[in-house]
Design a protein around this ligand. Structure first.
Ligand code: FES
Length: 161
């Protein structure tokens, strides 16, 4: 069950965007900083929002779209309330990360980079969280969980609202 919400979503409230662009121009922010602030405000960067941002900044849409798609920190589709980043780096892979990943895909019904339809979970695969000694590892909402098993992962999911 992945979300099919496309990045064409129309933005109805442009006030926050105008405020960010105005502040960015006043403070001399670069495009990346402006997009970061826009994403914090709206949660993600649908194409409509990128088009409006480009218009307000008097920049070509292609440039704004290019920056938004180049950097992994920017998301053009909605993200879940809970972000699960499962490590599939070498240490985690050989120590059981494969089973944890299979469980997550089956349990959530989505693949890497996807978000559940109810916008509860976004599942991502990463390739080292810097905690190889605790392999297999996953980061959930910014917190690292180590020595994972399928049961441990199941309990972590159950405790998320
Ligand atoms: S390989 Fe998974 S934390 Fe380093």
């Amino acid at each position: 069950m992945k979300t099919e919400i496309e990045a064409e979503d129309k933005i109805s409230d442009l006030k926050p965007l105008k405020k960010i662009v105005k502040m960015g121009q006043r403070e001399g922010w670069g495009l990346i900083k402006i997009l970061q602030q826009v994403q914090v405000e709206y949660g993600y960067l649908p194409k409509d929002l990128l088009k409006r941002t480009a218009e307000m900044l008097k920049l070509p849409y292609g440039k704004v779209f290019g920056v938004a798609t180049f950097y992994a920190q920017f998301h053009l589709t909605p993200r879940g309330r809970h972000i699960i980043q499962q490590c599939d780096g070498t240490a985690c892979h050989v120590k059981g990360g494969v089973r944890v990943g299979r469980f997550l895909r089956e349990e959530l019904g989505i693949g890497p980079g996807e978000t559940t339809e109810d916008l509860k979970f976004t599942y991502e695969v990463v390739y080292c969280l810097g905690s190889c000694g605790l392999a297999p590892v996953a980061m959930v909402d910014g917190r690292v969980y180590g020595e994972l098993s399928v049961d441990k992962m199941k309990k972590i999911l159950e405790n998320l609202e």
